[in-house]
Design a protein around this ligand. Sequence first.
Ligand code: SAH
Length: 388
Amino acid sequence: MKKVFVRPRTRVCYGHMWIYRNDILRIEGEPEAGEVVDIFTSNGVYLGKGYYNPTSKISLRIVTRRNEPVDKDFFVKRFKTSLLLRQPLLRDSSACRVVFSEADNLPGLIVDLFDRHVVIQINTLGMEKLRPYIVDALVEVLEPRGILEKSDANNRKKEGLETEEGWIYGIGPELLRFEMNGLKFYCDTKGQKTGFYLDQRWNAKIFGKFASGRVLDAFSYTGNFGIHALAGSAEHVIFLDYSERALEVAKENVKINNFSLEKVEFVHANAFDYLRSIQGSVYYDAVSLDPPSLAKSPRSLDAAFRGYKELNLRAMKLLKTGGLLSSSSCTHIISREKFEEVITVAANDTRINVAFLHVGGQPPDHPVRLAVPETFYLKNYLMLIERR
Ligand code: SAH
C-alpha cells in the first residue's frame, strides 16, 4: 500500500480526521485520487489509513487508526457499531441517522434510516470509490427494501464529483413513511438533504409540548415543528416556506396524522419579507424559526449575524407577552456564544425579556466529536417572551 508522511503533532494526533495539503511532507508511490493509503508521521509513527484526494484542500481523511483492510467487512463492523449506539432511539421511532460522517469515524458518509428504506449521502471522492463496499455492507446490516443516494451537490463539487441521485439498491416510493415521537411523517426523496431533518426532531418535540394557540412555523420545510405543535395544544398553525413542494409534503404530513386541515394554513413566501409584512397586524402565541445555514465561511459571519438578528427581532415583535419563540441556527460558524449574542441584541432592540426554557442542540444520532469541532452545528433555544 502507498504511504503518505505528514507533519507530526497536527490535529490528527489529537483525534481529528483531516490532513491538509500543507501538512503532507512526502508521498511514497503514486496514489490515485480517492485511493486508500497508509499514513505515518515524518518520524515513523503509524497514524492509520485514510483516503487521498490531491485536488481537495483536505487531502487526506482518516477512516481507521488500525492497520486493517478497508473493505466490505470493515463497513459491516462499523455499521453494526453505529447501529448499536442508536438502538435506544429505534425503540420508539422507525427513523434515525445511522452514520454521521466524521462523528462516526466515517468522513464523507451520511446514512439515514427511514423505516425499511435508507438514504445515503457520499460527499467525498474517497468514499465514492468505496461505494460498492458501503452498499453491500448496508444491505447486510440493515436489510433495507431500498437504498437511495441523494448526495450533496456543494460538497461534491469541491471534491471534483458530479451530483448523484437515485435508487442504488432496490426501490421505494417517492415519499418514505416513518414514525417518530408518536407521530407519522414522510421523508421526501425529492426534497432537501436526505429528505427529512432528523436533527431537529427533539427540538421540535419540545416546541410541540409547550406551544399552544396560534402558531407560526417559519422555514417549515415539511412541517416538523408545526406538526409537533398540532400534536400538542396548538389551535392553528401556519406553515411558511418558499419551497412549494415542501409545503405540499407538509400538507401530507398533516393528513397522515389525521389533524384537521381547518387548523392549518400554508404560506408560500420569502420568510424575511413575510415576517416584515405582517408586523403589527397579527400576533402569535408561538413561533419557530429554523432558517437554512446563513453562512458557509467566516467571511460571511457578519451577514449571517445580521440575518439572524433580523429574523429573531421580527419574530419577537410578533409574539404576545408570555409567547414562545423556538429559534434555531444550523450555521456551523455561528457559535453558541454568537447566537446568544444575536438573541440578546434582538431582545434589547424589541424591549423584551427572554427566559430560556430549553437549550437544545443535536440529538444523540448526530454526535458532536470533541476533537472535530466541525461536527457541531445545531443550536436551538426555546424562549419565553415577556414585554418590558
Ligand atoms: N424546520 C424544518 C427544516 C427547515 S430547513 C424541519 O425541522 O424540518 C430550511 C427551510 O427554509 C427549507 O425548507 C427552505 O426551503 C426554507 N427557506 C430557505 N430560505 C427561505 C426564505 N428566505 N423564506 C422562506 N423559506 C426559506
